[in-house]
Design a protein around this ligand. Structure first.
Ligand code: ZN
Length: 490
């Protein structure tokens, strides 16, 4: 960067562009092509008092440079924000929507815009004693972004609450709501939640995937064999299909990839969700509303009176919902649901612990899918490790060629994007019998593997061998404890 003053650098960083050089009163910048760029250029040109020339760079490259620029500076903070001259008045000062040009408003808009550009799923606004931190969850991992001055905590929380139409005077109770953000002319939905913490209020914005069409099964990283199995089970006339995994493991996407195959004029498909993440025309989607008395179980009961073919339950959280789902699955309906469990075999035990009799489970369950989303190594910078790694697999130690995340201008610390790993337990007669006889999760897992189930860990190992992800990422995603149980436990 030639002849760039601190002031210009600060201005550029505020607009998420990179100053490259100053030549004959012309500032050369690198920026991502976008509809709002013209506006940015005219504002930059005004504040810097010079002409602007733009070099278009890919988004990841710009992100990477901005990250480096910020972290090479003394306080690692967004200087532009630190220089904001803000009155230290009551937050109510910002209650007026007309304050659109206020620095705090602009700053928050800039953070949200950046979150969308970087494909973030959540934005965390966190006050601490003495500092303030904003983090983005990208590909399932939190990354620090801006560090505005701690003195702004009150104003930031107030502005965010105004955007979410929450009560800005209420700072002692958690609140939640929704807001829409205009991103280059496109309305994007976010969920907002607040909670009091020791140094103020923490606010989290969650990006809603609304408006996105459901994914196709072929694009979800499912091996062909599992795609065929899943598709054939989805077309069964009745029974229960469960998709399990922690929050953010892509369960809903898997269910919707199946539902879109069934969504035609011949079937009545009803779903109850919290919230409706993927709108699908042709499906009757209901959102739970506790205040109005719409819970998973009441909605399910109501749907059953409406001549359904297929029922989708956003999540089975309690015995009552599980009972209705199972009853529906046994009386001529296909029921799809998600559950928070770690593995396919754990699911059987969990339902059993909820009090569902094993014989009912055995007769209604058709398929359990356990899944995770795992980060992919950046194909531009990944490197094979020089030495082989030893891993316990298929009952013995094997060696495999692991890869390493390096990091380059195209990715974030060596990873870019995610793919799914899946374990599918098809409830066969043998498994049904074992379940009926009260087998443990480990015994059911081993039996399922003998019948051809590929466990999550193994599915992940295949991706490591292909260089798609690393062993480190696999352990991070499914936990080191989630390895194969010893066969002699059977
Ligand atoms: Zn890279």
């Amino acid at each position: 960067m030639k002849d760039i003053s601190e002031a210009i650098l600060t201005e550029c960083l505020r607009y998420q562009v990179i100053p490259l050089a100053m030549e004959n009163n012309q500032l050369v910048i690198a920026a991502v092509e976008s509809e709002s760029l013209n506006q940015v250029i005219s504002e930059l040109s005004f504040t810097c008092g010079c002409h602007i020339k733009v070099n278009y760079w890919p988004a990841m490259k710009v992100e990477q440079y901005i990250h480096r620029l910020k972290h090479s500076r003394p306080d690692g903070a967004l200087i532009a924000v630190a220089q904001l001259q803000l009155p230290n008045d009551e937050a109510a000062e910002y209650a007026d929507e007309r304050h659109d040009d206020e620095p705090v408003v602009q700053f928050i808009n800039q953070v949200i815009r950046q979150a969308f550009q970087r494909r973030a799923s959540d934005i965390h606004f966190e006050p601490y004693a003495g500092h303030y931190r904003i983090r983005l969850r990208i590909d399932g991992t939190l990354q620090e972004t801006a560090m505005p001055p701690a003195a702004l905590a009150l104003q930031l929380a107030a502005r965010l609450k105004i955007m979410g139409r929450l009560d800005i005077a209420e700072r002692r109770l958690p609140q939640d709501g929704q807001l829409t953000f205009n991103l280059d002319g496109e309305e994007r939905a976010l969920r907002i939640s607040t909670i009091p913490v020791s140094a103020g209020e923490k606010v989290v914005l969650r990006v809603m995937e609304s408006g996105k069409a459901p994914q196709e099964i072929a694009s979800m990283g499912m091996p062909t064999k599992l795609q065929t199995l899943y598709t054939s089970m989805i077309h069964q006339p009745q029974g229960l299909i469960l998709v399990t995994g922690p929050t953010g493991s892509g369960k809903t996407a898997t269910l919707y990839a199946g539902l879109r195959l069934l969504n035609d004029a011949s079937r009545n498909i009803c779903s109850v969700e919290d919230p409706i993440e993927i709108p699908l025309s042709g499906m009757n989607q209901t959102q739970i509303n506790l205040k109005a008395g719409i819970t998973f179980s009441t909605a399910l009961r109501a749907f059953l009176r409406q001549d359904p073919d297929i029922l989708m339950v956003g999540e089975i959280r309690d015995r009552e919902t599980a009972d209705i789902a199972i009853e529906a699955a046994q009386t001529g309906h296909l029921v799809l649901a998600t559950l928070h469990t770690n593995s396919a075999a754990d699911t059987l035990v969990r339902l059993s612990q909820m009090g569902i009799p094993d014989y009912l489970l055995a007769s209604s369950l058709k398929l359990i899918v356990a899944q995770r989303l795992i980060r992919c190594l950046c194909p531009r910078c990944r490197q094979k490790k020089p030495h082989d790694q030893k891993v316990y697999r298929g009952g013995k130690n094997i060696t495999l060629h692991d890869s390493q995340a390096m990091g380059c201008e195209h990715c974030l610390s060596g990873y870019y994007g995610r793919t799914g790993i899946y374990e599918m337990l098809c409830v066969t007669d043998e498994l049904r019998q074992a379940l009926f006889n009260g087998a443990t999760a480990t015994q059911l897992h081993i039996l399922a593997c003998q019948q051809g189930m590929v466990p999550l860990f193994e599915a992940g190992i295949t991706l490591v061998e292909q260089g798609i992800t690393s062993l480190q990422e696999l352990y991070r995603t499914i936990g080191a404890a989630h390895q194969e149980p010893e066969a002699d436990l059977l």
